[in-house]
Design a protein around this ligand. Structure first.
Ligand code: BTN
Length: 279
């Protein structure tokens, strides 16, 4: 990866160190070991954070809910951002929503600038970016106690084709647009947008400033969804359906049952599925 553009992030202190890997197990894992090893080292913290980890290839990419993340080729963006947000612990899960918005905005801006015709970029709460109902990006946010956050972002940028088990639910920016995308430019745009959003959130302590924009991009807004609990999935109970009513200003998803009762779900252990499949 050519780091020239990314190094300009030093000037605005969005990043203090960039760790670049040709091949590594997982950029989230690299960030996690670094912070665990240096948490007591004030100088390290001062001169190293926020830190960006980028890899051409991951040999053990991780997804949400214990899944694996296919990232064994140089075609994608595999990156993690390690930082210490000025936020209380209960606000940390919202960071995933900010990252989703940053990625969706970055892809949209890049496509507009280059006049690439792609379908609408949408967000599947809480952490997937989808185009034409297929996943193009996943986000895995991890908290390392007491207050260090690793936001791992995987974007299928220039993947030409997917294996049989992913073909129905995954896509890439190349497949959608017909063009190769600059990974460097996208990483740059994502980090700029993400750090701006985090700064705004640190100031306002509420997601009010993104709720409308997020819901406008939400893939199942006002549609029927089922909530899949990772603990209870696999039971034979028929799934109950709800209408998706968007997020509130804490980042929880509002769902309405058949009787019109609205409840909320938090992102921790659930996935949302459309009634016909992934979206
Ligand atoms: C998901 O959709 O389940 C989240 C996928 C997150 C993948 C990224 S790729 C960079 C970073 N390193 C990892 O091991 N995972 C994240």
């Amino acid at each position: 990866m050519d780091l020239t553009l990314l190094k300009s992030l030093y000037n605005i202190e969005a990043v203090k160190l960039i760790h670049e890997f040709k091949t590594t197990d997982s950029t989230n894992q690299r960030a996690k070991e670094d912070i665990r090893d240096h948490m007591e080292d004030e100088d390290w913290l001062l001169y190293s954070l926020p830190a960006l980890y980028v890899a051409d290839i991951q040999t053990a990419g991780r997804g949400r809910l214990g899944r694996t993340w296919s990232s064994d080729s140089e075609s994608g963006i595999w990156m993690s951002y390690l930082f210490a947000p000025k936020l209380s612990p209960e606000k940390i899960p919202s960071i995933t929503l900010l990252a989703s918005l940053a990625v969706a905005d970055a892809i949209t801006e890049y496509a507009e600038r280059h006049k690439y015709a792609i379908g609408k970029v949408q967000i599947k709460w809480p952490n997937d970016i989808v185009i034409n109902k297929k996943k193009v990006c996943g986000i895995l946010t991890e908290l390392v106690a007491p207050n260090y956050v690793i936001t791992g972002i995987g974007v299928n940028a220039n993947t030409k084709e997917f294996d049989a088990e992913l073909i129905d639910k995954a896509t890439s920016l190349f497949i959608e647009s017909g063009y190769e995308w600059s990974r460097e430019t996208l990483v740059y745009l994502i980090i700029r947008k993400f750090t701006d959003l985090v700064e705004e959130y640190e100031k306002s302590k509420s997601l009010d400033f993104i709720v409308d924009r997020y819901n406008e991009m939400l893939v199942s807004m006002n549609e029927e969804v089922v909530i899949v609990n990772s603990v209870s999935s696999g039971t034979s109970e028929p799934a109950k359906t709800f209408t998706c009513k968007g997020i509130n200003n804490t980042g929880a998803l509002l769902i309405e049952d058949n009787s019109g009762n609205i409840s909320t779900v938090s992102s921790g252990e659930v996935s949302v599925r459309g009634i016909y499949g992934y979206v």
